[in-house]
Write a new protein. Structure first.
Length: 251
């Protein structure tokens, strides 16, 4: 009788030891004598003690920083790049069965993809079009990780370091471009001024009195200066024309 009681207690303890709990963000992959039997959903579940084992998989989104990578661009410029990837497990079974340590495998794929993508683009493209490069990198990583049950949702290039000599060359190039734009703007202004002068000269040729009016304006501007004595020589035609205008105004 005592032996049966002890056996019952042992069996009860074994029964209780088979209960497991999975959190809402976890999935439990169950193996029976090494053979896959299924996946348990969040909550309380029971496995056969000493017969079944479980592997818990976190299905939340992970953020991983890709170590600084030194690579060479298409135009043979050595650069150092840092990147960040976001990924999550969408198939717990594949993440356990198809690959060892899916997290490290995903990072290694990211390193390889980043090196390959940088090698296919020039330095200007890497610096100016990082969004497109990050999108291409995300697609390349995702193709490799989908068979493992891992989905890459986002990739960003955090920093790009270039050699100091290249930085000085880029600064000189930017200064040369600014000087070029300044000269173009100045040349366009001179061209516009010459066109206006040409129009003014044509108008003066058609109306000689306009030249005299312009001369009077210049004299007024000169006379505005203090301690200035101005001697004016005016043609008789201009005096006659001004007298006629004055007489018309009086009438």
């Amino acid at each position: 009788m005592m032996e049966l009681l002890v056996l019952a207690i042992v069996l009860f303890v074994l029964f209780l030891s088979g209960f497991r709990i999975a959190n809402q963000y976890e999935r439990a992959v169950i193996f029976r004598f090494g053979r896959l039997t299924g996946v348990r959903q969040p909550g309380l579940f029971w496995i056969i003690p000493f017969v079944e084992t479980r592997r818990t998989v976190d299905i939340r989104t992970f953020t991983a920083s890709v170590d600084q990578l030194e690579s060479i661009t298409k135009d043979n410029v050595p650069i150092k790049v840092n990147a960040v990837i976001w990924y999550s497990v969408f198939d717990p079974v594949k993440s356990i069965v198809e690959v060892i340590a899916y997290d490290r495998a995903t990072i290694q794929v990211a390193l390889t993809s980043l090196r390959n993508i940088i090698g296919r683009h020039t330095l200007d493209e890497v610096l100016k079009d990082q969004i497109r490069l990050a999108t291409d990198m995300c697609q390349a990583i995702d193709i490799a990780t989908v068979p493992w049950g891992v989905k890459v949702t986002r990739v960003e290039m955090r920093s790009v370091e270039i050699p100091e000599s290249m930085q000085r060359a880029m600064a000189q190039e930017a200064e040369a471009l600014r000087e070029k734009r300044a000269r173009i703007i100045k040349a366009e202004a001179e061209l516009e001024a010459s066109v206006k002068l040409q129009q003014a000269a044509r108008l003066i040729m058609e109306i000689p009195a306009a030249l005299e009016l312009r001369r009077m304006q210049m004299i007024t501007e000169v006379g505005a200066e203090q301690n200035t004595t101005t001697i004016i020589m005016m043609p008789s035609e201009f005096v006659t024309m001004a007298k006629s205008i004055s007489d018309m105004v009086k009438k």
